[in-house]
Design a protein around this ligand. Sequence first.
Ligand SMILES: Nc1ncnc2c1ncn2[C@@H]1O[C@H](COP(=O)(O)OP(=O)(O)OP(=O)(O)O)[C@@H](O)[C@H]1O
Length: 240
Amino acid sequence: MSKINKIKKIYVVNSGKGGVGKSTIASRLAFLLNKQKYKVGLLDLDIHGPSITNIFNISNPPLVKEGKMLPYQNNGLKIVSMGMFVEKDKAFIWKGVILKGIIKQLLNDVEWKELDFLIIDTPPGTGDILINLIQEIKIDGVIMVTTPQAMSKADVRRSLNMIKQLNIPITSLVENMSSFTCPHCNEKISIFKHDDSNILSEYSIDKHIVLPFELNYNDSIFEDIEWNIEKELTEVVKIL
Ligand SMILES: Nc1ncnc2c1ncn2[C@@H]1O[C@H](COP(=O)(O)OP(=O)(O)OP(=O)(O)O)[C@@H](O)[C@H]1O
């Protein structure tokens, strides 16, 4: 397994199932690390729902210069998404062999230059993308995103078991949409019935970050909304 030249740390963001906030967490994390002056790349390999193009409002395919793909840049944050290669709102069937080649290209033929962190958003679950990726490069840690209810955590266990079998460190568990605070009475309300089993000790996960459900959350990273989790969220990676 190779380490990509000039990239210090590679973190994968995964979830047991879709819709739990994986792409949101991956983009916010990359955005915040970049804001803290780290050199950061964000690679969206979620072939089924590449939402990072929407979050960053990207509509063009990457430019190619001297055989290298140039990432889209947002204040220095370098972004490449599978969504840049398909027409907006169109489904595309990626065949296994093609996918393997594409992953290799996106890792090696993109002009990432020097990076402190590459954050990779993957499709939910334990599919081909994650397996190909793990075979291709050395991953420093997986950030697993879940919501608190039991079903979601059952799916997370399947993913965690596979990642553990492949000897990849699971560095943190992000429990998203855990509770919300009533804007009228300020009471903190749990949204789902919590699953009390202890995933953290079972899988020796050090970091557990619990994030609230944000009312009127807007997907666009450019929206100036309050997301009071900056410090907490960046703790999911080991700061260099
Ligand atoms: N903490 C939060 N509070 C409110 N809304 C949230 C929060 N986290 C995510 N969302 C919203 O939930 C929806 C799903 O989020 P997101 O696309 O990040 O999930 P995902 O796990 O990546 O899904 P998929 O696997 O289908 O791509 C989005 O509309 C996002 O804005």
